[in-house]
Design a protein around this ligand. Structure first.
Ligand code: SF4
Length: 120
């Protein structure tokens, strides 16, 4: 079942892609969106946290690896990259370098969520 946005019925609600774009991507084995979880570091400890964020993990991907993932996604046709952190995305040491790298790519949108002031 597909739920459609009432304002733009051609868009699949919450995905910002038309059903045709989704069908074409599946047919052509292309990627439409990428969610990047850069770090599980977070200075909050919400009891409902889906990722048990808190301390930075010792095996986080390097900046080079994350930028390589972005490049691979772009080569696969990605159109939306969401930087959602996993924890607090602004706590990743090279977040500005990653965002700058994404900004050079022909992606439609960059989303960062959650964005929490982190004076820790
Ligand atoms: S990642 Fe989000 S939900 Fe999890 S502890 Fe941090 S602010 Fe709370």
């Amino acid at each position: 079942m597909t739920t459609h946005c009432t304002k733009s019925p051609e868009l699949t609600y919450g995905l910002d892609f038309t059903q045709k774009e989704i069908d074409d991507a599946i047919k052509d084995k292309r990627l439409l969106s990428l969610d990047l979880e850069t770090s599980l570091a977070c200075n909050l400890r919400c009891i409902y946290c889906y990722s048990s964020a808190g301390e930075k993990r010792s095996n986080e991907l390097s900046t080079k690896s994350i930028n390589d993932i972005v490049d691979q996604a772009v080569n696969l046709g990605v159109r939306v990259i969401s930087v959602i952190g996993g924890g607090e995305p602004l706590l990743y040491k090279d977040i500005l370098e990653i965002l700058s790298h994404i900004a050079t790519k022909p992606v439609r949108r960059i989303i960062m969520d959650p964005i929490i002031r982190t004076d820790c």
